[in-house]
Design a binder for this molecule. Structure first.
Ligand code: 7PJ
Length: 291
């Protein structure tokens, strides 16, 4: 599949797409209340567009580990005015929610993609999406955001995640969602230890092949990058850009990021300079031989 059918748009997947994160949450993971009004969220979204975002992902509930649950009414109150304002801009709009009622309200406004960390497991969510023209991102998580980092366990994290995503992809298709409308996401940080996240990142190429479906990767500013660099959230831009680049090189179709301008530059460098995979391996082998 080399295009994504995404509501009003058909997006080519010949290069990795940048999904820019727009939080409309006072308690959000890293934007912490800076963009909690409609006007500020819309302004932030416009900035991300000028920086090179291909898709805007609007979220009204923080799903960071330990975050509190937001009511349906409150989430709709946060996101719908922002979606309405952005809809007129004619750019691909995504709603980041796991609540079918919020999906419904967002689809009524005309969002092009539903980004669901619960992979359309909510009651009526599959049917809702099937009846729309929107694309969907089906993400893997273990447990619920409030408790998921307590003690995540897997028989084999890569196999378990592939099996889950394959089952949700099949359920979506059986409900009537066409394959060209589906993205899959291993869900970095959602009920995963550092080692689980590393194993999944290293398996991106394998996952892409096993699932035969474009992948979305979201590692921007996440704790795994804090563990690697020892830096707090506010200082994880460089690590996030490095991880975005590696995800793109591993074949990710969509990269979900906070820092759009920096990621866009990095992806331009990748597009201009990328060596064929085989010759990269050759160089690495040569380098090893010469030391
Ligand atoms: C993800 C997400 C992710 C998808 C969040 C954060 C936490 N949606 N929503 N994938 N993460 N599809 O941005 O740190 O990884 S919220």
């Amino acid at each position: 599949m080399n295009e994504l059918h995404c509501g009003r748009f058909v997006l080519p997947l010949s290069r990795p797409l940048i999904m820019g994160i727009v939080n409309v949450t006072p308690d959000s993971f890293s934007d912490g209340g800076c963009f909690d009004s409609t006007a500020a969220a819309v302004a932030h979204a416009q900035k991300l567009l000028t920086e090179g975002a291909d898709i805007l992902d609007i979220g009204g509930e923080s799903t960071r580990p330990g975050a509190t649950v937001v009511s349906v009414e409150e989430e709709i109150r946060r996101v719908v005015p922002v979606l309405r304002a952005l809809h007129a801009l004619n750019v691909p709009l995504s709603i980041d929610t796991c609540k079918p009622e919020v999906m419904c309200a967002a689809l009524e406004v005309g969002v092009d993609l539903v980004n669901d960390i619960a992979a359309l497991e909510g009651r009526g969510a599959l049917e809702l999406l099937a009846a729309s023209g929107a694309a969907v991102c089906l993400m893997h998580k273990q447990g619920e955001p409030q408790t998921m980092q307590a003690a995540p366990e897997y028989a084999d994290v890569v196999v378990d995640v592939i099996d889950y995503l394959a089952a949700r992809r099949d359920a979506a298709q059986a409900a009537g969602i066409a394959p060209e409308r589906i993205l899959l996401d291993p869900g970095f940080g959602f009920g995963k230890t550092f080692e689980h996240n590393v194993a999944l990142f290293r398996a991106l190429v394998r996952m892409r092949q096993a699932l035969d479906c474009p992948l979305l990767v979201g590692v921007s500013r996440k704790s795994m990058l804090g563990q690697i660099t020892g830096r707090p959230v506010s200082e994880r831009v460089s690590a996030s850009v490095a991880a975005a680049l590696l995800a793109a090189q591993s074949g990710a179709a969509v990269i979900r990021v906070h820092d759009v301008a920096e990621t866009a530059d990095a992806l331009k460098v990748l597009a201009a300079l990328e060596l064929p995979v085989a010759s990269c391996a050759g160089l690495r082998d040569n380098a090893r031989l010469s030391v």
